[in-house]
Design a binder for this molecule. Structure first.
Ligand code: SF4
Length: 261
């Protein structure tokens, strides 16, 4: 599926669009995405603060934009409670994605400790595959990555054209130029509650077995898969840049980046 606008409009010039986006506020970037792709645009989020901010912005811009949450079965209870609280408070159009393998079958086949023995396979079954299915037919994928989250993201474009089995998708990073401080300040300005584990030192929050609080001076994501050598779950590496995408190797498509989910 091409990334053309509605009614077969010409393929988008993302290079020119990115030049504009560099000085465009995130809300206006979101307006462009939803005006261009309508309900063929989705937001993925795991109720980390960046996703929450984008979901909050979309309420006033395009409130019907689907929000995809991957329920791996291993989230912290606090994350699920936070999800439920925000969904109710803001009326978010959430869709909970789960593995196609029913949990009893998963446990019978792999046990309940696959995250320890083979976290890549665990992520593939419980995160990547559900998202791959959900993104079928979607033309624009909004997510909350920031450039300052990792050196490998420093050159990330705000809009990227990626390849997939059924064509292409435009991946949009409206908060690319923001910092964690910007995100926090937005939440305070609009009285949005923070994740209950945030104040306990969890700067990046994923599945419970694979996340710990960070220590003073550690990288924002040091608590993810700590000590395992694993730095990403695959959500942002399973699609490669399209041949004509000028996105440099500094993006997640290198497979060397960390997971913002
Ligand atoms: S983050 Fe951990 S528990 Fe969650 S899907 Fe990946 S390996 Fe499994």
């Amino acid at each position: 599926m091409a990334d053309s606008g509605k009614d077969g409009a010409p393929r988008l010039d993302l290079a020119a669009q990115n030049d504009v986006f560099e000085t465009t506020p995130p809300g206006e970037i979101l307006r462009w995405v939803t005006d261009t792709f309508g309900t063929d645009a989705v937001l993925t989020m795991s109720f980390q603060h960046e996703g929450v901010v984008i979901a909050h912005m979309l309420r006033d811009i395009a409130p019907d934009t689907p929000i995809l949450f991957i329920d791996t079965g291993y989230h912290f209870p606090e994350t699920l409670a936070y999800r439920d609280e925000l969904v109710e408070r803001f009326g978010l159009p959430i869709q909970n994605l789960t593995s196609t393998m029913p949990r009893p079958e998963f446990i019978a086949k792999y046990g309940d400790d696959l995250h320890q023995r083979d976290p890549d396979l665990c992520c593939k079954i419980n995160k990547v595959e559900p998202l791959q299915l959900a993104l079928r037919g979607v033309r624009a994928w909004i997510n909350g990555r920031r450039r300052d989250q990792a050196g490998t993201r420093a050159g990330m474009k705000i809009a990227e054209r990626l390849k997939r089995a059924d064509g292409e998708i435009v991946k949009v990073n409206p908060l690319a130029n923001w910092t964690a401080k910007d995100t926090y300040e937005y939440m305070m300005r609009f009285d949005i509650p923070t994740h209950p584990l945030f104040e306990q030192g969890y700067a990046s929050i994923g599945c419970a077995p694979c996340t710990r609080p960070i220590l003073a001076g550690e990288d924002e994501r040091a608590g993810r898969w700590a000590g395992s050598g694993k730095t990403e779950c695959g959500l942002h590496t399973f699609m490669e840049p399209a041949d004509d995408d000028e996105t440099p190797a500094a993006t997640d498509a290198t497979g060397a980046d960390k997971d913002p989910s």
